[in-house]
Design a protein. Sequence first.
Length: 148
Amino acid sequence: MGDDSRLGRFIADDSFLRRIDRKNRITDDGLVMWQAFKPRDGESSLSYTYQDDVLKTAEGLRQYQIRKVLPSGDLPGACKLTFYDLTQALEPSLPPRPEEDHADPHYGCLHCVTDVPQDHVHMDKLAKLATRNGPVLPFVLKKHRQVH
């Protein structure tokens, strides 16, 4: 991933992946639950990965999911929001901003954050926008992983 991948100004159709670390936060048919946007205790921002050209390919997404394997061995799911979703379709808006994650050698340069949602209703709006964009990656339990 990008040695010279400096994130600049975003445009309306730029997209951001939100990893989903629990099976009950995304259904098999792609319904994203509001809990996918619930910050952990003490979190002051929500994390996203900017979806660059590599992450728009099936192989790029597969590698992303494998590299983000959870400690349990499960593979995280992912949903997608666009810059338009976060800034125009959502009220109040949550504009993403680059915040490099130096601990992630593969995707750290693509790391972005937003402020945390205000409340349950705000999280539900995010979930509905993500559901409308369609499933990006399903959550895969370790016992259902296919090893090649």
